[in-house]
Design a protein around this ligand. Structure first.
Ligand code: TPP
Length: 320
C-alpha cells in the first residue's frame, strides 16, 4: 500500500472517485431543472468501479450495465463527452444516440452498456469466446448486479465460460438492491460468489467500499485468468446510496440501513486513508476538491454548449 502512496495512485484513485461522485450528483441536479433524461446512478459504488478498472490493462475489454458512469470514467472517459451523450448532443461518445443506458466507447475498450438486466453476461461470454478463437490477448471484464446474478443467463454464462475455458472476469457489484427489491427477498445465499463453486469457477467476495481491497482482489483474479485462460467471479460488496433512478427518493429503504452504509462511504474512507498515510493534508484535499469541481464545471459547459446532431445523422450507423 505504501507503494501506492509513493507513486500517487491513491490520490489518483481518490480524484477519479470524486469525479464520478460529482458527475452523478451533477446529473441529478440537472434533472431537477426538468427536461433532462432520467439516469441510473451508482452513487456509493465508486470504489468498486475504480478499484477494478485500476487493475485492468489496455487489451482488456469491458461490458457493463445500466449503472455505467463510474465504470466509464474509471476507464478514462471524459465527463464532458459523457454528459453530452446523456443530453443527446453530437459531441457525445456515440454522437448522442445512446444516452446513458447504451453507451459504448470503443477507444477505451468499453464494448457495451446493457440496460437489459443480465444482457451483458451472455455477450461478455461471447466476446471472450471470440478472443479465444482469434487468439487475442486480454481478459473480458463484465460488470453486473446481484439482480442479474439471480437470472438464468448468469448461470448459463458461468457454466459455458467454465466448460469452454473462457477468459472472463465476472464482477458482481452486489449493491444490496435489485431496483426496488432488497436482494434478501430474491436470494437465500449471502454471497453471489457462493454460486461460482457449482461451476468449478473460483469465486471471491471483497469489501467493495475499500478501493485498495478491490484492486488487490482484481489483480489476483486477472493473474489467475491470464495464467489459466479460465473465468473468475469477483463479488464486490457495496451499497447503492441513491435511488434506483434519478427521481427515486428511496422512501422504501430502511433509514437505519441507509445510515449504516452512509457511514461506510468509500470516498470518506479513502479521504481518511490518504490523510493518515500522508500524500495529502487537509489543504491538499481541498485543492483536489477544487480541481474536480473545475473539471465538472467545464464538462457542464461543454455539454450544454454542444450542438445537437444533424437530422441526417439519424440514419448513419443504423444496421437494421
Ligand atoms: C431483463 C430485464 N428485466 C427487468 C428490467 C428492469 N430493471 C432495470 S434495473 C433492474 C434491477 C437490476 O438489479 P441489479 O442487477 O442488482 O442491478 P442494480 O440496479 O442493483 O445495479 C430491473 C429489474 C430490465 N431492465 N431488464
Amino acid at each position: 500500500m505504501l507503494a501506492d502512496i509513493r507513486d500517487g495512485d491513491a490520490v489518483r484513485m481518490l480524484e477519479r472517485m470524486l469525479l464520478v461522485r460529482g458527475y452523478e450528483q451533477l446529473i441529478v441536479a440537472l434533472g431537477k431543472g426538468g427536461n433532462f433524461p432520467i439516469t441510473c446512478s451508482a452513487l456509493g459504488q465508486e470504489a468498486s468501479a475504480v478499484g477494478v478498472m485500476s487493475a485492468l490493462g489496455e487489451a482488456d475489454r469491458i461490458l457493463t450495465n445500466h449503472r455505467s458512469a463510474g465504470h466509464l470514467m474509471a476507464r478514462g472517459a471524459e465527463p464532458g463527452r459523457l454528459l453530452a451523450e446523456v443530453m443527446g448532443k453530437a459531441t457525445g461518445y456515440c454522437g448522442g444516440k445512446s444516452g446513458s443506458l447504451h453507451i459504448s466507447v470503443k477507444e477505451l475498450g468499453v464494448l457495451l452498456t446493457s440496460t437489459i438486466v443480465g444482457g451483458e453476461l451472455s455477450l461478455a461470454t461471447g466476446v471472450a469466446l471470440s478472443k479465444k478463437m482469434l487468439k487475442e490477448p486480454g481478459v473480458v471484464a463484465c460488470f453486473f448486479g446481484d439482480g442479474a446474478a439471480c437470472e438464468g443467463v448468469f448461470h448459463e454464462s458461468l457454466n459455458l465460460a467454465s466448460a469452454w475455458a473462457l477468459p472472463v472476469l465476472y464482477v458482481c457489484e452486489n449493491n444490496q438492491w435489485q431496483a426496488f427489491v432488497s436482494r434478501r427477498e430474491a436470494m437465500r445465499n449471502e454471497h453471489v460468489s457462493d454460486w461460482a463453486a457449482g461451476y468449478r469457477v473460483p469465486g471471491r467476495t471483497v469489501d467493495g467500499n475499500d478501493v485498495f481491497a478491490v484492486r488487490e482482489a482484481t489483480q489476483e483474479a486477472v493473474r489467475y485468468i491470464r495464467e489459466t485462460g479460465r473465468p473468475y467471479l469477483l463479488e464486490t460488496c457495496t451499497y447503492r446510496l441513491a435511488g434506483h433512478y434519478s427521481l427515486d427518493d428511496q422512501a422504501y429503504v430502511d433509514a437505519q440501513e441507509l445510515a449504516d452504509w452512509r457511514a461506510r462511504d468509500p470516498i470518506l474512507r479513502l479521504r481518511e486513508q490518504v490523510l493518515a498515510m500522508g500524500p495529502l493534508d487537509e489543504a491538499g484535499l481541498e485543492a483536489l476538491d477544487a480541481r474536480v469541481a473545475a473539471q465538472l464545471d467545464e464538462a457542464r459547459r461543454f455539454a450544454l454548449e454542444s450542438p445537437y446532431p444533424d437530422v441526417a445523422a439519424l440514419t448513419a450507423d443504423v444496421l437494421a
